[in-house]
Design a protein. Structure first.
Length: 335
């Protein structure tokens, strides 16, 4: 049976979202978010979403894009997802070939991707010439039965809890806080050139982001910590970024923000909470485990070089994951 790799069409959105949820049950995906990531992509991303089609059905996909929010040029991501019933038949290789050709032509020199910590995904990455760089742990919390810590009856002087909706009219203070927190998140890529307009369009206005469940802590009127929430309308809640600003770390404010967000999520009917942390991020992993999260799966980042003579998948550069922004896995940054 012949595999055809082609560009994504809006009619593919449900099939691609279903495929992502099947391949990556620790991440959120909806038809709306899949269609939006293509239609809203910044020109500097050079984003193309390829799908693999067999007998008229979508059996795989890969999102290929430049990481334009980093000061290090030439970095990109591309990670094939293949339906479990169609693995081992060349679908992943065909997707990888299309992604690499596109990214190399767009000027990419280094490609990053993720592999779920399972033999098939790891073997695929290593067989195509990737080198392992770092790990990320994904955790899960069953909200209906979770023993969430209670919110304090009284907050310290000057400390207040807010919903993200309070910044909908002017999200700039949220952007400033997000940019500082995300810049310190451990990972292979620093998002150190993120601009407000890009953040507004590709983070705050992302269809999975839920301002109602987002929690913000202020100290004397200024943002000190935040927990950005995502939901998929299917009872699943994800942490898109949690952390404290540098001047306020070590005071438990990130934990306070996330605890408040989880309480709101449970009250809103969410059943499962998901998050991910770089495995070196001991402070945030400790917070999440204290909140009741338990390990769900692990992913490895793989990296490789692109350049003349290294296209077409023979020296491939991809693995097995997906991210809402493309630069880092959704999750939490720090305390």
């Amino acid at each position: 049976m012949t595999v055809t790799v082609r560009d994504f069409r809006p009619a593919d959105a449900k099939a691609v979202a279903d495929l992502r949820r099947l391949a990556l049950p620790h991440l959120l995906a909806t038809p709306q978010s899949v269609a939006w990531e293509v239609s809203a992509a910044a020109a500097a991303q050079c984003l193309r979403l390829f799908v693999a089609e067999r007998d008229g059905g979508v059996v795989g996909s890969v999102r290929a894009q430049l990481l334009h929010e980093s000061s290090r040029p030439g970095q990109a991501t591309a990670t094939p997802h293949v339906h479990p019933d169609h693995r081992g038949r060349g679908v992943g290789h065909a997707l990888l070939t299309s992604a690499e050709n596109h990214l190399a032509a767009a000027g990419a020199t280094r490609l990053l991707a993720w592999a779920v910590d399972e033999p098939g995904a790891v073997a695929f990455a290593e067989r195509h010439g990737y080198r392992r760089t770092r790990a990320a742990d994904f955790l899960r919390l069953d909200l209906p039965t979770a023993d969430l810590p209670p919110l304090p009856a009284a907050l310290p002087p000057g400390v207040r809890l807010h919903s993200g909706t309070e910044w909908e009219a002017d999200p700039r203070p949220l952007f400033a806080a997000y940019a500082e927190v995300s810049a310190d998140e451990p990972g292979d890529v620093r998002t150190d050139t993120m601009g407000y307009d890009d953040w507004l369009r590709h983070t705050w206005e992302h269809p999975l982001i839920d301002p109602d469940l987002t929690s913000v802590v202020t100290v004397d009127g200024g943002i000190a910590a935040l927990s950005l929430a995502a939901t998929d309308g299917l009872g699943r809640y994800g942490s898109a970024m949690t952390g404290s600003l540098r001047a306020h770390r070590g005071r438990g404010l990130a934990r306070l923000a996330k605890t408040a967000s989880l309480h709101r999520a449970r009250e809103a009917g969410c059943r499962v909470a998901l998050t991910g942390n770089d495995s070196s991020n001991a402070p945030m992993l400790a917070i999440n485990r204290a909140l009741g999260y338990r390990s769900f799966t692990r992913e490895w980042t793989y990296a490789g070089e692109l350049g003349p003579g290294r296209r077409g998948g023979t020296e491939g550069r991809a693995a097995h994951g997906e991210a809402s922004r493309g630069t880092a896995r959704p999750g939490d940054a720090g305390s």
